[in-house]
Write a new protein. Structure first.
Length: 349
């Protein structure tokens, strides 16, 4: 039988740690706000150095999801769930089923999507036991939303180009992508057809070789990503790549990618501004997947492909407006984005 342990965290509606010896489930559910409902956020499945680091990750990601939804003008709050794997532990059907039972105890307050370490196949296993899975198609089957995230990131890069170089064209611009997974590969494809020069890295050699073959990408080792010379740096893997020790190494003019929590701490945004590097806040540029996953919750509006495309395309104009506001106020783009998101969320208090 699973054990549920509430964790009190200031500013969070509900945080619960779940353990189940039989399935070897060890999970954390973090729901950021009471309103608006429901809460949306992905399931991350990963090993962590400690339980405390997993909790911190869940809290940061849940709060970021609230900001992402608010900035995208979507009436949902943020949440995150993490299955903490022991070293060498594998995902199993029993593990995901136990997670689904735990998800059901939240009574629909939280709908889980895919995230780092979880797949569409995993989501469909969860769906066997729980209806609380985000991003379903008309047949209630979990589908791949990475194409929307990738397109939103591409449009966000065009906004970076417009602000820096007075043109949205990315032709002959050098863009370095960290992480050639579902989103990173699709982003690379958009950039290739836009005429950009690509630099790629990933811990999976087969993925970068595929990008090299199909998109004429230059391959570098992951440890060279931060300091590679490029026009735009695109973190599309894990978070925390932009921090005190890496900012002095940057040789780019802009940063915009699909990874969550790219800044290790809020102060890093101001450090980027002082360094003259334009930063596209992660929860603004990578909101395409969340936008496309809204289907189960939309009743007043038609969730058509065209409507979704329009909303994802709006990432371009939202970023341009954000850059202008940050310049006018003399603050970091990350701070300006937080201010806008918090003002939008305040209407639900």
């Amino acid at each position: 039988m699973a054990t549920f342990t509430p964790i009190k965290v200031d500013g969070f509606r509900k945080v619960v740690e779940v353990t189940d010896a039989k399935s070897e489930l060890h999970a954390i559910f973090a729901l950021h706000r009471t309103n608006p409902k429901p809460a949306l956020g992905g399931l991350r499945i990963a090993t962590y150095p400690s339980r405390e680091e997993a909790l911190i990750d869940a809290l940061r990601l849940a709060k970021g999801m609230s900001y992402k939804a608010a900035f995208a003008d979507m009436p949902y709050s943020g949440a995150k769930s993490i299955i903490i794997l022991k070293p060498g532990q594998k995902k199993t059907h029993a593990l995901l089923t136990a997670y689904a039972h735990a998800l059901n105890t939240l009574d629909g307050d939280y709908f889980a999507g895919t995230d780092l370490g979880s797949t569409i196949d995993d989501a469909n296993i969860i769906l066997e036991t729980s209806p609380y899975v985000a991003g379903l198609n008309a047949q209630n089957i979990r589908v791949d939303h990475s194409k929307y995230t990738a397109w939103g990131c591409f449009r966000g890069m065009q906004a970076i180009a417009q602000h820096l170089w007075n043109s949205p064209s990315l032709e002959n611009k050098t863009i370095a992508i960290q992480g050639i997974g579902n989103v990173g590969y699709k982003l690379a494809e958009h950039l290739f057809w836009a005429g950009a020069h690509l630099i790629v890295c990933d811990t999976d050699n087969s993925l970068v070789r595929k990008a090299e073959e199909n998109f004429a990408a230059k391959i570098i080792s992951p440890d060279r990503f931060i300091e590679c010379e490029c026009d735009i740096l695109a973190p599309c893997a894990t978070g925390g790549t932009i921090r005190d020790t890496t900012i002095p190494l940057l040789q780019c003019q802009g940063i915009g990618g699909a990874a969550n929590n790219q800044l290790e701490k809020p102060e890093n945004g101001e450090q980027l501004r002082e360094a003259g590097i334009l930063y596209a806040p992660d929860y603004v540029i990578n909101a395409g997947g969340l936008i496309s996953a809204r289907k189960p919750f939309s009743t007043a509006e038609s969730v058509s492909a065209r409507k979704t495309r329009f909303m994802v395309d709006a990432i371009y104009s939202k970023l341009l407006n954000l850059y202008e506001q940050a310049d006018d106020e003399g603050i970091a783009t990350s701070i300006a984005a937080d201010n806008i998101a918090e003002a939008k969320l305040a209407q639900y208090d």
